[in-house]
Design a protein around this ligand. Structure first.
Ligand SMILES: [Zn+2]
Length: 294
C-alpha cells in the first residue's frame, strides 16, 4: 500500500467481502444490508424504519414494528390475540412447529389484527408476519383477518391489510385453502357496504394470500422490491417452458403490468394512507400537519 493511500478519502461505511467475515459482526449492534451488503448500526436502520439509508432496500420487519411505524402513538388495540392454531389434520409435528414459532417471535400466529388511528382517523388493521410459519395462512390467520374485515364493515372503519406470506399453510390442507374464499367473501361484503380496503403487499406476498384478499383492495399497494406472485418463477418456467424476465414478480414489475396501483416507500406509507382517508372523507377533516408524526 502506498503511503498516500493511508490518507485517502475514508469510506463512510465498511463493507464485508464474504460470509466468513460476517460472523464477526456483533449481533444486535450491527446489521448487514440485504441490498448493498454494507454494514450499518442497527439503531441507524431502525431510525430509518429499517430501510437502508444507502440503497433504499426495504428490510423485513415484524408485525409490531410495522404497526409502530404506522399508527398514532399509543392508539393500537389488539384483537383476537388469544386465537391459537389447533392441528385439525393431525399433521406430524405441526404443534411443535407452532410452539417453537410462538417462542421465536413472541406472536401467537402469523397475523396481528386490531384497531388504531392514523392522523386521528380510526381504522382496522391487520399485519402479517413472515417470521411465523413463513406468514402462511391457516384457519387462525384467515379467521383473524375475516373478523377484522367484518368489524371494519360493521363499525364503518377503513381497513388496511399488510400482507407477507408464503401462501396457504400446508399442515392444514384444504382448511387453509378455505381461508382464501372466507377472506375474499368478507371483502366482498365490505365492498357491498361501501367500505374501504387498502391492501399493502410487502415482501413476500405469494400463493394463496396473493390469490385472495391481497389482490382485491380498493387500492393495491406494494413496498419497493417486494416479491409478489402466485407460483414461484421456476414452477412457471417448467410449466410454460419459457424463460421469464429477471425482474418478474417484483412490486415494480407488477406495477408496470397493472397488478399493483402504486409502489410506496415505507417512509411515505403513513402520509399516503392519511391522504386516502381524507379523499374518502374519513375523520372530521382534521389537519394532517397538526397530527403528523413521521
Ligand atoms: Zn443497502
Amino acid at each position: 500500500m502506498a503511503l498516500k493511500d493511508l490518507f485517502g478519502k475514508k469510506k463512510k461505511y465498511a463493507s464485508i467481502p464474504g460470509d466468513k467475515a460476517r460472523k464477526d459482526v456483533p449481533e444486535g449492534l450491527m446489521q448487514k444490508c440485504g441490498g448493498c451488503q454494507k454494514i450499518f448500526y442497527q439503531k441507524e436502520l431502525q431510525k430509518n424504519l429499517n430501510v437502508c439509508p444507502g440503497c433504499g432496500h426495504h428490510h423485513q420487519i415484524s408485525a409490531y414494528e410495522r404497526i409502530n411505524y404506522l399508527v398514532d402513538e399509543g392508539s393500537f388495540k389488539e384483537w383476537d390475540k388469544d386465537l391459537l392454531s389447533k392441528n385439525p389434520l393431525n399433521f406430524s409435528q405441526y404443534e411443535e412447529k407452532i410452539e417453537s414459532d410462538i417462542i421465536k417471535t413472541g406472536l401467537n400466529e402469523a397475523v396481528v389484527t386490531g384497531e388504531g388511528r392514523i392522523h386521528k382517523v380510526r381504522m382496522a388493521i391487520a399485519v402479517m408476519d413472515s417470521r411465523f410459519r413463513m406468514g402462511s395462512m391457516g384457519s387462525v390467520v384467515g379467521e383473524k383477518i375475516a373478523r377484522a374485515i367484518e368489524k371494519a364493515r360493521i363499525e364503518k372503519m377503513p381497513i388496511i391489510i399488510f400482507t407477507a406470506s408464503g401462501g396457504a399453510r400446508m399442515q392444514e390442507g384444504v382448511l387453509s385453502l378455505m381461508q382464501m374464499a372466507k377472506t375474499s367473501i368478507a371483502i366482498q361484503r365490505l365492498h357491498a357496504d361501501n367500505g374501504l380496503f387498502i391492501s399493502v403487499m410487502t415482501n413476500p406476498t405469494t400463493g394463496g394470500v396473493s390469490a385472495s384478499f391481497a389482490s382485491i383492495g380498493d387500492y393495491n399497494f406494494a413496498e419497493p422490491g417486494a416479491l409478489i406472485g402466485f407460483a414461484g418463477q421456476r414452477i412457471i418456467e417448467q410449466t410454460i417452458r419459457e424463460k421469464l424476465p429477471k425482474d418478474f414478480q417484483t412490486a415494480e414489475f407488477q406495477l408496470k403490468h397493472g397488478q399493483v396501483d402504486k409502489v410506496i416507500p415505507r417512509q411515505e406509507m403513513r402520509d399516503t394512507i392519511a391522504t386516502i382517508f381524507d379523499i374518502h372523507q374519513f375523520g372530521g377533516g382534521e389537519s394532517h400537519a397538526a397530527s403528523s408524526r413521521v
